[in-house]
Design a protein around this ligand. Structure first.
Ligand code: PBG
Length: 309
């Protein structure tokens, strides 16, 4: 009766990875229990998520081909576009969010278009807007730009509105830090940068006021939900963003946060369920309304058990 914070399956968004093919289910070794799925297998996974009580996914694509401009990211028959259509054909009442970023689609692995080994911000946001529009056309319910370029939220908003998709909200990765905790994901999405790092567009871990400025800009440009990422090392940022803006705040409990507990649990050093639920609760308590987490399906099951008991 006196618990101040409640964690429920409604708070959780499950990230899923889609790759070309049929009946493909490739386990991601650095993220046990997560798979690169072909669209048919992805639909099965979404049905299972829905049965478990999860109502939303965020999709990441592993495309057939990559090039310097990331053109497979906005192709009408691109892998994410196909995946959205398959889910929308077969499952109702399930929220499909798409990650909008170039790193999975560029041959160099950076989150934007390069000019002389640096990312060209303005050329990139044009491509991101194309990509977001192609997702909306395929039926995406929400788009989530994760690139950290300046001005991308506004460009995407304008492009969606002009094409009649003013009802498609934007969840902006607003305060995304250049983090060591993305390591396992870069394996999962086959997206590590081929040279350099992402520190010119992702945030410095030392900064917190800057996170508020990033969030403020995204809200001014039309973001509907703002995100802080990673979650556990940045709980203070989640709390400041929630208090300052009162906007819906999403927190991304990233691959490294997941895999470190999985690994410790495999060694018998931690109890996965207890550690995961404690971590998710701390993120909620810090002020997150939504949590993107690879534990979404398992946590939904654990929470159901708990409520029965
Ligand atoms: C793409 C993107 C990344 C993640 C989500 N979207 C990786 C990155 O910036 O390197 C990380 C997610 C995770 O680690 O779980 N820009």
């Amino acid at each position: 009766m006196i618990a101040e914070t409640h964690l429920t399956a409604d708070d959780l968004i499950m990230p899923l990875f889609v790759r070309p093919g049929e009946k493909e289910r490739r386990e991601i070794t650095s993220m046990p229990g997560n798979y690169q799925l072909s669209p048919d297998e992805l639909v099965k996974e979404v049905v299972a998520l829905k049965e478990a009580g999860i109502r939303a996914t965020i999709l990441f694509g592993i495309p057939e081909t990559k090039d310097p401009e990331g053109t497979s990211g906005y192709a009408e028959d691109g892998i994410v576009q196909q995946a959205i259509r398959s889910i929308k054909e077969k499952v109702d009442d399930f929220v499909v969010i798409t990650d909008v970023c170039l790193c999975e689609y560029t041959s160099h692995g950076h989150c934007g278009i390069l000019s002389d080994q640096t990312v060209d911000n303005d050329a990139t946001i044009e491509v991101l807007a194309k990509m977001a529009l192609s997702h909306a056309k395929a039926g995406a319910d929400m788009v989530a730009p994760s690139d950290m370029m300046d001005g991308r939220v506004l460009r995407i908003r304008e492009r969606l509105d002009a094409a009649g998709f003013s009802n498609v909200p934007i969840m902006a990765y607003s305060a995304k830090y250049a983090s060591a905790f993305y390591g396992p994901f870069r394996d999962a999405a086959e997206s590590p940068p081929k040279f350099g790092d992402r520190k010119s567009y992702q945030m410095d871990m030392a900064n917190s006021d800057e996170a508020l400025r990033e969030v403020q800009l995204d809200i001014a440009e039309g973001a509907d939900i703002v995100m802080v990422k990673p979650a556990l090392p940045y709980l203070d940022i989640i709390r400041r963003v929630k208090e300052e803006f009162g906007y819906p705040v999403a927190a991304y409990c990233v691959s490294g946060e997941f895999s470190m507990i999985k690994a410790a649990a495999e060694k018998g050093w931690l109890v996965e369920k207890a550690a995961a639920l404690e971590m998710l609760m701390s993120i909620k308590r810090a002020g997150a309304d939504l949590i993107l987490t690879y534990w979404a399906k398992d946590a939904a099951g654990w929470l159901k058990e708990k409520n029965k008991g």
